[in-house]
Design a protein around this ligand. Sequence first.
Ligand code: AMP
Length: 182
Amino acid sequence: MSVPMPGAGPAAVGDLLPRFIRDVPDYPQPGVVFKDITPLLADGAAFAAAVAALADGQGKIDKVAGIEARGFILAAPVACHLGVGFVPVRKVGKLPGPTHAETYQLEYGTATVEVHTDAFAPGERVLLIDDVLATGGTAAATAALIRRCGAEVTTLAVLIELGFLGGRANLSGLPVRSLLAV
Ligand code: AMP
């Protein structure tokens, strides 16, 4: 299969991505169309192109933060690509050291994300990465966590933005880079 080489611009990767994202209707619950990125991860050239596009044009970045769990898979290679460190933002109770925590609203109930209190130095510039931007609740809580550490979130970069859910409006003006908007 012919795909753009790693380093292809975000626009070219946006054209490529639909071939590697599988829609799974009614997963994990009726009415949800789950965006399955495993076909993308399984294709070396497409995965590398997506990583390069997420890292592209970010300016000076000190750390890349990834949101558990699929965000880790994307953020870690982006951090390596940029030559900076990676920070995992985890679900509650998974990190061994002292943490900051943020709880946010889900459709039914709440969720909590955590980060080590010493994960960022004050003033560090952080690129935040996840696979999908849906309502924006997860990204907003994560951005708040990073700011509580004294660091600055420069951009949220995602593979896929579900525009009909209006996630950007919940991000208080945080710049969003999505490789594919649906
Ligand atoms: P949200 O907080 O609503 O923006 O949801 C974002 C988080 O939920 C991300 O970590 C995604 O991995 C996951 N997510 C939400 N909707 C979907 C979807 N349709 N397909 C795959 N993942 C999703």
